[in-house]
Design a binder for this molecule. Structure first.
Ligand code: NAD
Length: 364
């Protein structure tokens, strides 16, 4: 192989399989932990108590106040709760919000996290933390927040409603799409990305049809794992920048925003990322992956426009300004006119252009 690349494998144990949450006590003991605190959202409190009960004396209890985007007040409250309980490790049972709370605690204490994901968001595979203070979300990378161990138990995703399964699945697909054209992409991450997209686009329609099928749930979770791993291993570009801006500034819902934006961001970059497009064509079996993602997500009941999520034309101006203020990696040049056009098309749910063109970074 003539391609040169750099790849850093992230240290992480993965246990995958239906019913594998029963292995949690062994995992806790193997890591030398004696007093773990189980984290969850209020909504998943009962599940958290079941997990805590299954751990017996290894658990010091449940903290079920995780919230989207990790408000700093919640992080401080959880840190104080953990300090008083004498916790030496954390079990994050839930989606990205719960894993995010575990990361916020690990950032302060350096304590290990065991994640049991219940959505397809992929946070459990990354050293990326996020904290929101005064309405502004800050993110960063720190190896201390990467979960030490992840137990993927598809049974924990059976309760995820179809609508959330679809948008969470597209959230995962978006990680893989941007990993394929990332400046630090490698053959390893591209393999994971292509396989992750393939697994998810095959699983999601089957889940929509039969949400209680554990095999389909397993396929989707496997795809989400691979997509999450690519998020942890590469640098994200325009799509994630736009979603971060729309979520942070306009409080748009996370997974739905990813689902709506992905086809437009991919179409914007398509002409400048030919190898990524080829990989996505192989993964989807479709000539125009951007248009296909839009068609599939809408067919499975996902929202098709930013307007449906509450954005307005005026917000597009602010978002364009915020998303073009500072430079970041992207295969195609990011211009205010280009981003305004992209966001207006997404606002109104316009058909996705076959393959937009524009000068790529490499050609500038
Ligand atoms: P979430 O964790 O906010 O979950 C949304 C809701 O669904 C919550 O009420 C939750 O309790 C519920 N839920 C979760 N799993 C369920 C299940 N199996 N059955 C029924 N209900 C369930 O949603 P998310 O999309 O997983 O996470 C979004 C957050 O994660 C955002 O804040 C995002 O920024 C962050 N995130 C971070 C990273 C990272 O690498 N740091 C990656 C992806 C997402």
């Amino acid at each position: 192989m003539s391609t040169a690349f750099f790849y850093e494998a992230l240290p992480m144990r993965v246990s995958f399989g239906a019913g594998h949450r029963a292995k949690l006590a062994d995992e806790v003991t193997n890591l030398g932990l004696q007093k773990v605190l189980v984290l969850a959202t209020e909504f998943q409190k009962d599940l958290a108590h079941q997990i805590s009960d299954s751990l017996g004396d290894l658990s010091v209890g449940v903290y079920a106040k995780a919230e989207m985007h990790v408000p700093i007040e919640t992080a401080h409250d959880a840190q104080e709760f953990a300090r008083q309980a004498g916790a030496d490790g954390f079990i994050a049972v839930g989606g990205g919000s719960t894993t995010g709370l575990g990361k916020a605690i690990a950032l302060e204490f350096g304590t290990p996290i065991i994640a049991l994901p219940t959505t397809y968001a992929g946070s459990e595979m990354t050293p990326i933390w996020g904290l929101t203070a005064g309405g502004v979300k800050k993110t960063g990378r720190d190896p201390r927040v990467l979960p030490t161990s992840v137990i993927y138990d598809p049974e924990l995703t059976l309760s995820l409603p179809v609508s959330m399964s679809v948008t969470s699945g597209f959230n995962a697909i978006a990680h893989a799409v941007e990993a394929l054209y990332a400046p630090d992409a490698s053959p390893i991450t591209s393999l994971m990305a292509e396989e992750g997209v393939r697994a998810l686009i095959q699983a999601l329609p089957k889940i929509a049809h039969e949400p209680g099928n554990i095999e389909y749930r397993g396929e989707a979770l496997y795809g989400a794992w691979l997509c999450g791993a690519t998020l942890g291993a590469t640098t994200m570009s325009l799509h994630h920048k736009l979603c971060h801006t729309l979520g942070g500034t306009f409080n748009l819902p996370h997974a739905e925003t990813h689902t709506v934006i992905l086809p437009y961001a991919l179409a914007y970059n398509s002409g400048s990322a030919p190898e990524a497009i080829q990989a996505l064509q192989r993964a989807t079996g479709q000539n125009n992956p951007a248009a296909y993602f839009r068609e599939l997500s809408i067919r499975l009941g996902a929202p098709g426009s930013l307007r449906e999520l509450g954005l307005t034309e005026q917000d597009v101006e602010t978002a364009t300004d915020l998303a073009t203020r500072s430079p970041y990696a992207n295969p195609r040049e990011v211009t205010p006119a280009g981003i305004r056009g992209l966001l207006l098309a997404a606002l109104n749910g316009e058909p996705v252009a076959p393959s937009d063109s524009g000068p790529s970074r490499a050609q500038e």
